[in-house]
Design a protein around this ligand. Sequence first.
Ligand code: C2E
Ligand code: CA
Ligand code: CA
Ligand code: CA
Length: 291
Amino acid sequence: ILLKQADLALHEAKGKGKNQYHHFTTILMEKMEQQLWFEKELEIATLNHQFKLYYQPKYDLKEETIVGYEALIRWMHPEKGIIPPNDFIPLSEENGLIIVIGKWVIYEAISQLNQWHLKGYTSLTISINLSAKQFADVKLIETIQDAMIGKVIRPEHVELEVTETTALQDLDFATNILKDLREQGYKISLDDFGTGYSSLNYLNVLPIDIIKIDKAFIADSIYNKSKQQVIKTIIQLAHVNKMDVVAEGVEAYEEMELLRTEKCDMIQGYYISKPLPPNEAIELMNKAFEI
Ligand code: C2E
Ligand code: CA
Ligand code: CA
Ligand code: CA
C-alpha cells in the first residue's frame, strides 16, 4: 500500500511539472497522513461495531426459489456513509484487523441465519467469505464452532467461500483446515472461479462442494460465444465432479435463461436482488417470485 501511494504521489508530482521532488514529498506526506487516519478509523470502527452485514439472495433455477444468502460486509462510517468492502478489507488483511472483523462476520452471519431458521425458514443457507489471513489463523475452526453453540442451524447450512488466492498462500495448511471443516458438515465453495492462474488444479486438490463462476464470465455472455463456451465447460466440469454451480453477477433475464439452459444450479446477481439489509433480504422470501 505504501509503495502504491509513493507511486501515486510521484505521478501527481510529475503532473505538476517543476520542482517535482518538492511536490512528491508533500503529496506523499499527505497520502501517508490519509492512510494513517484511515487505519485509525478502521481500528475505531472495529472497536465500535461500525460494520453491518448485507445479504444477497442465492436463487435456485430448478426449485425457482431463494435457497440462501451471501453475507457481504459494509462499513457504516458515521461521516463518510457506507464504505464497500474492497475499500477496507485489503487494508484490514495487511494490518491484521481482519481476524477481529472476520470473527465478527462469522458470529453475525451465523446468528442471523439462526434467527431466520427460528422464524420458519428452515432450509436457508448462509455463505460467509473468508480471507487468506483468516485461514492462517489456527483458531478459525474453533471460532466457527463457537459461533454454532446453542444454535438450531447445522453445519450443512453454512457455506464457507474461499478463493484460490486464499487457499494458495499455504495450500497444505488450507487444504487440511477445509477438509476438517468439511468432515464436520460445513460446505466449501470456491469463489471467483476462472479468474486465477490455475483454477483447474485447485479443483482436484481442494475439498470443494460448490463452484462460483466469476461475474466476469457472465457479463456480456449473451453476445459472446466464447464466454458461453467457458460457462458451459465450467458447469459440466463441476457436475462431473459432483459439485454445484453458482453463477455470480447475473444482471439480465437472458443471462439467467442461458444459465438455465446449461443446467447451472443457482444464480446470484442484481437481476434477482442486490445485497440488502437483513429485514429487506428476508422480505424477498414472502414475495412470490415471477421471474
Ligand atoms: P465477492 O465475494 O465476489 O462478492 C460479490 C460482489 O459482487 C459483491 O460486492 C456484490 O455486491 C457484487 N455483486 C452482486 N451481484 C452483482 C451484479 O449483478 N453485478 C455486479 N456488477 N456486481 C454484483 P461487494 O459486496 O462490494 O463485495 C466485494 C468483495 O469484498 C467480495 O467479493 C468479497 O471478496 C469481499 N467481501 C465482502 N464481504 C466480506 C467479508 O465479510 N469478509 C471478507 N473476507 N471479504 C468480504
Ligand atoms: Ca463471495
Ligand atoms: Ca465472487
Ligand atoms: Ca471476489
